[in-house]
Design a protein around this ligand. Structure first.
Ligand code: EPZ
Length: 420
């Protein structure tokens, strides 16, 4: 299995290209199930999760063709031939649950494997299922599968989410686009990836009001048509490389990144001594001098993203003073903390909060993590550490970061992939 080797201590300088957002691309691909016509998605990142979604869509009868030379334009289309999302595919990627709403809306039935828990928490899908029930679906759980039927079709409903869920908002937004009547989604998630989905659905003929707000109103239409849609830049990839420049020192340009999507990160980074600014090619990142301990608490957008928590923690490990990092979205998202401590960090986890006491330097070590963002936080720590760090289980990184080692090496980092 591949590993990443980093020899720390080199500042970063140069330009890093920010790709399309994985977490926008996955629901957008699921939206390909909503029409018989072709959906063309551009700026698609080249990632393992995109391949998994293409395999799942193929199982439903939807072909994903790569058009153009660089493989970043996908053309999705074909009649739905199966409404079964099998365990073998769903277990590889939780976002597979996003086919449930579209299949139910189009075919009036679906059997989708339950995704189960994952490394960062239990991650139930009850909000997805309750919302679909409110829209008239009959749902039965049996043999590890969701068996959903809506013999008379889905109908509009007023749905109030008890807590904010990105995936449930996306599933119900897609289902409601083809339901009979008007659906309201209150306390909806409003991440940029949800706006991107709503914009694509609108281009496909959906009628959606309130895009970008916490209340979406969707007037169902009988059918959606094909469309072309460019995927929004990945704010988490951009934020991760901003933290890389911050921890290694130096200055980088994040080409294609959007500063307006990074506001919740820009504020604590500024407090910590790192400046993000508008640049003609995207966003410029510059570490001013020393790093200062800064508290953050994860929250739904527009709050500080849980998907940036691990990377920010790495940064705080080498800041002057202490930082309290509170995770409110997932119950088990600190597994990077013990690995960072093996590199000489001083982190104490107390329930949902971690106290990070900055140290003058980290030391390289062999490390590994069991999720994507935790894994990349160890790469960042390696950039600042003295000596050699080997990050194992690189397949987690490949799910969400395109060529992370090439991107960082091009800016001067001493980093390479070791292939066994
Ligand atoms: C999305 O996951 C992202 N994944 C995650 O990205 C991200 O961490 C998360 O949103 C939060 O921002 C994709 O977009 C593919 P949620 P999702 O439903 O939709 C609870 C990454 O590293 N909940 O907003 O699964 C849930 O357990 C990742 O790229 C319920 O209780 O997240 C969690 O505590 C990992 N019942 C909270 O809500 C439900 O039915 C937020 O989850 C649904 C969720």
């Amino acid at each position: 299995m591949d590993r990443i080797r980093i020899r720390g201590g080199r500042p970063l300088d140069g330009e890093i290209l920010i790709h399309g957002a994985k977490n926008a691309a996955l629901p957008l691909m699921a939206a390909g199930l909503l029409t018989d016509e072709r959906l063309i998605l551009s700026n698609v990142p080249l990632l393992a999760d995109i391949e998994t979604m293409a395999i799942l869509l193929a199982q439903h009868g939807i072909a994903t063709d790569r058009i153009g030379n660089d493989g970043r334009i996908l053309s999705l289309g074909g009649p739905i031939t199966s409404t079964l999302a099998p365990y073998d595919i769903v277990r590889k990627m939780r976002a597979s649950i996003l086919v449930l709403g579209p299949l139910l809306a189009r075919c009036r039935e679906a059997q989708v494997s339950l995704p189960g828990g994952c490394a960062i928490g239990a991650r139930p899908v009850d909000l997805h299922l309750k919302g679909l029930e409110q829209m008239g679906a009959e749902i039965r759980l049996d043999g590890g599968y969701v068996h959903a039927r809506a013999p008379a079709g889905l109908r509009g409903a007023d749905i109030l989410f008890p807590s904010v869920s990105v995936g449930a908002t996306e599933n119900l937004l897609m289902a409601a686009s083809l339901a009979d009547g008007v659906t309201t989604l209150a306390n909806a998630a409003r991440e940029p990836e949800i706006c991107d989905l709503a914009l694509c659905l609108t281009a496909m003929g959906a009628r959606i009001d309130g895009i970008g707000s916490g209340k979406l109103t969707i007037e169902g239409v009988p059918r959606l048509h094909g469309a072309e849609h460019p995927i929004v830049p990945d704010r988490i990839e951009a934020g991760t490389y901003a933290c890389a420049a911050a921890i290694a020192g130096g200055s980088v340009t994040l080409a294609g990144a959007r500063l307006d999507h990074l506001a919740a990160l820009a504020t604590p980074l500024a407090e910590a001594g790192v400046e993000l600014s508008e640049h003609e090619r995207g966003v410029a990142v510059r570490r001013l001098d020393g790093l200062h301990g800064t508290d953050v608490k994860t929250e739904p957008y527009p709050g500080f993203p849980t998907d940036m928590q691990a990377q920010f923690m790495s940064l705080m490990c080498v800041a002057e003073g202490a930082a309290m990092i509170t995770e409110t979205i997932f119950e088990n998202r600190f597994m990077h903390a013990p690995e960072l401590n093996r590199m000489g960090a001083r982190i104490n986890v107390h329930g949902a909060s971690a106290i990070v006491r900055g140290v003058p330097a980290l030391q390289g070590a062999p490390v590994m993590a069991t999720d994507l963002r935790a894994s990349v936080s160890l790469v960042l720590a390696g950039l600042a550490a003295q000596g050699e760090t080997i990050v194992n289980r690189v397949y987690h990184l490949d799910r969400g970061y395109e060529a992370v080692e090439r991107q960082l090496a091009a800016c001067g980092a001493d980093i390479e992939r070791l292939t066994d």
